[in-house]
Design a protein around this ligand. Sequence first.
Ligand SMILES: O=c1ccn([C@H]2C[C@H](O)[C@@H](COP(=O)(O)O)O2)c(=O)[nH]1
Ligand SMILES: [Zn+2]
Length: 162
Amino acid sequence: MANKREDYISWDEYFMGVAILSGQRSKDPNTQVGCCIVSQDNKILSMGYNGLPTGCSDEEFPWNREGEDPLETKYVYTVHSELNAILNYRGGSLEGAKLYVSLFPCNECAKAIIQSGIKEVIYDCNKYKGTPSVAASMRMFDAAGVKYHPYKRTGRKIEIEL
Ligand SMILES: O=c1ccn([C@H]2C[C@H](O)[C@@H](COP(=O)(O)O)O2)c(=O)[nH]1
Ligand SMILES: [Zn+2]
């Protein structure tokens, strides 16, 4: 009888891997963010990445970070990965779910995460740590009882030929 394969990926590697892969759909030239929402019994419920709302062309809307006119920057148009994942969910409730995301959630996403009933956030990068947005997210998560912790990278490399 053959032995069980032992080098399979862990749940955390699987869900953060799906989040990072989802982020590869993003057209943002600077920061690609991906998100994967998972039930308490480890079923994937939804995914998302940062992008423009439906009907807003990736070719016609700006991807600039800066500009004299805020209307010429991406910030006023982009839907964040976490919000997209929450809005993409076609089931009932996200109460008690876990959210894997490649970037620590901003304050607006934190509000949506809390209001949707998600109870745990596992994040990879936190490159905006120390900004008012991230500080506000942490304050709201703490007050609302949403747990958050960094994903522990394992160093495993997965090559996928597409
Ligand atoms: O909670 C978050 C925060 C940010 N994003 C997206 C929004 C933008 O498309 C990029 C950030 O761009 P920068 O050039 O790094 O400012 O990330 C998100 O999806 N979720
Ligand atoms: Zn956000």
